[in-house]
Design a protein around this ligand. Structure first.
Ligand code: ADP
Ligand code: MG
Length: 625
């Protein structure tokens, strides 16, 4: 029997390993299954190139729990190790790797989510074990070896009579780690980390029913089959031309079993130079809800789950997507801030952005109707991308479409073309009108349509920021919400309406109205408009309203505090009712006319509520009875 002392500088590395990364103890299982997978794939390679003289067969990895003996077993049929190799790879290489890892990350580990994901390898087994055994038989014609280590730097290495090729790792679970003797917990971990690993992983068995025999002899029989935890060939490892739409949808189901909504679009990522990256991203149905969802993009390395926090790897606007990214080129045992500064990671992030833009561009070009149908569910992602990534903005300008209140969709260029005739104002500026709610702003939309104007329907919570950006880029382009002013002022033309009231009459009228209307909320503005237009109308200046909305969704606010809700009361002096107010002799009747008109204007802006609404209704009944 051989015994030895592992040669390390850190005198007792095990207590350190145990203490380390407390919350990440569970990763030991992923590390061991990864090693078993590596060993199997290495054997496959050796048999392929004719350097191993054994049958590769259909190897699998098995995980077993023996609760009574308090052991957990990871068994593979991979290439195995000779005693000499155990010495080299376990006692020297793995150990010094673990030591280096600990020295390097002792201090920074706590505040970096990603550290602890990779690097400890085999020795992470000691985070949960009081003793670890390796029984391994190499594919080479040599006796099996049995290595035991109880958590001190001393180990033993003896011969073993194991006959079949491969390695069995036996963990003697320590008293603080009972959870890892629970079948349910192990199943949970295997599903989390190893669901898509390339070698079949067996954990227990299950019953299946099969039909046996023919015709009258046909009967159902129950058979016990291996319970395989993983799908060794997930969709992203295949080529896009091997997959149909349906395969992408079923893979989405596999990834997110609790998601019942279908994804809207998928994007298959596949690149091997200058970095290797594969994956599938999905646009989920998002609506206007900006809440952080819990089903997120998952990051893998060679089919091993690493994390579902892809911050820093994927541009922020795309973290709203779902799916999988698999790349061996993302450095993982580093901090987030390092990750963001890393050149390779930046390239990956740019590549993903470009792929997403290209895919949307191609949907726009080839199946525009499909894009239009789903626009409402993806527009927030696109708008966010246009605002946060300049490169995406440049591409997205071509496929970003604006829905109109008529149910059509127009790109900015198409929109300009359609509206330039009717909506260019006297200064040569092209004004685009929009509404945020077809129901609430109905009267204003109608007034604009009567003039032959196009009204967009823009209701995303961040669209204000995008309009701001588009205006900054083109000073001959402006966006104004339909209720920002009265129609003749939204787009000012050269031919002003003539006023039916004289200047003196107006000077008498204005204070009459101001006396009745609450001053802190409304400024009164007399306008000569079409006599068909409403007599009283409430508007909210574009600038104020947009700044306020932009402030609510972050950024854009140049003023610290909140904005008060200020409205304009536009009074159409050409309307007969306004003349009537002016001519009414009794003060009381005059006041009542003004009050009633104001309330009607408020009603059409959904501003009349509660007690005031009740009083209005009561007053209206009085008037018609
Ligand atoms: P890494 O996997 O990054 O090389 P580990 O600490 O996980 O580091 O493992 C150290 C080495 O031990 C491996 O490189 C491999 O040579 C050997 N090894 C570990 N597990 C097995 C196994 N199940 N079969 C064969 N060799 C193994
Ligand atoms: Mg390893």
């Amino acid at each position: 029997m051989a015994t030895g002392k592992i040669n390390v500088a850190v005198e007792n590395i095990f207590p350190l390993i145990k203490k380390f990364l407390y919350s990440d103890h569970e990763i030991f299982l992923r590390e061991l299954v990864s090693n078993a997978t590596d060993a199997t794939l290495k054997l496959k390679h050796l048999t392929n190139i004719g350097e191993a003289n054994v049958e590769y067969g259909n190897p699998q990895i098995e995980i077993k729990v023996d609760k009574d003996k308090r052991t957990l077993h990871v068994i593979d049929q991979g290439l195995g190790m000779t005693a000499e190799e155990v010495n080299k790879y376990i006692n020297e290489v793995a150990f010094s790797g673990a030591e280096e890892f600990i020295n390097q990350y002792k201090d920074s580990a706590k505040d970096s989510g990603i550290i602890g994901h990779f690097g400890l390898g085999f020795y992470s087994a000691f985070m949960v074990s009081e003793k670890v055994e390796i029984i391994t038989k190499s594919h080479k014609d040599e006796p099996a070896a049995h290595w035991t280590c109880d958590g001190s730097p001393e180990y033993t290495l003896v011969e073993h009579d194991k006959a079949e090729r491969g390695t069995e790792i036996i963990l003697h679970i320590d008293s603080e780690s009972d959870e890892f003797l629970e079948e349910a917990r192990i199943r949970e971990l295997l599903t989390k980390y190893n669901k898509f690993m390339p070698i079949p992983i067996k954990f227990g068995s299950r019953e299946e029913t099969h039909d046996e025999g023919e015709g009258d002899d046909k009967k159902e029989v129950k058979v016990t089959v291996d319970n395989i935890i993983n799908n060794p060939t997930p969709a992203w490892t295949k080529k896009p031309n091997e997959l149909k739409d349906q395969d992408y949808t079923s893979f989405y189901r596999e990834l997110y079993p609790m998601q019942f909504e279908e994804p809207l679009f998928h994007i298959h990522l596949n690149v091997d130079y200058p970095f290797a990256l594969t994956g599938i991203l999905y646009f989920p149905k998002l609506n206007n809800d900006l809440n952080i969802q819990k089903d997120r993009i998952q990051l893998y390395q060679n089919q091993v789950f690493v994390t579902d926090n892809v911050e820093g790897i994927v541009p922020e606007f795309l973290t709203m997507l779902r799916g999988v990214i698999d790349s061996p080129d993302i450095p993982l045992n580093v901090s987030r801030s390092y990750l963001q500064a890393d050149g390779a990671v930046k390239k990956i992030s740019n590549y993903i952005t470009k792929k997403v833009a290209d895919k949307l561009q191609s949907i726009f070009k080839n199946e525009r109707e499909n894009l239009e149908q789903k626009w409402n569910d993806i527009k927030v992602v696109i708008e966010y991308g246009m605002l946060s990534e300049e490169k995406f903005y440049d591409k997205a300008k071509k496929f970003n479409i604006f829905p109109t209140t008529d149910g059509t969709y127009l790109t900015l260029d198409e929109l300009k073309e359609q509206t330039k005739e009717a909506q260019t104002d006297k200064d040569g500026k092209l004004i685009q009108l929009y509404a945020a709610n077809v129901e609430e702003q109905h009267a204003y939309i109608q007034a604009a349509k009567d003039k032959g104007y196009t009204v967009l329907l823009l209701d995303s919570p961040i669209v204000g920021h995008l309009l701001q950006k588009l205006e900054q880029e083109d000073d001959k382009l402006g966006f104004v919400r339909v209720d920002a002013d009265h129609i003749d002022k939204l787009i000012t033309k050269d031919e002003p309406q003539l006023s039916k009231l004289s200047d003196e009459q107006k000077e008498t009228l204005k204070p009459l109205i101001e006396d009745v209307v609450p001053k802190e909320q409304y400024t009164v503005q007399l306008e000569a408009m079409d006599s068909e237009a409403a007599p009283f109308m409430i508007t909210q200046p574009e600038f104020m309203r947009r700044m306020k909305e932009m402030q609510q969704t972050g950024g854009g606010g140049m003023f610290g505090g909140g904005f008060p809700d200020m409205y304009q009361l536009v009074v159409n002096v050409n309307h007969p009712l306004v003349s009537q107010i002016l001519e009414t002799k009794t003060k009381k009747k005059q006041e009542r006319l003004i009050k009633q008109s104001l309330d009607l204007a408020r009603l059409s802006q959904s501003l009349l509520k509660g007690e005031e609404l009740t009083a209005f209704i009561k007053r209206s009944f009085e008037m018609i009875k």
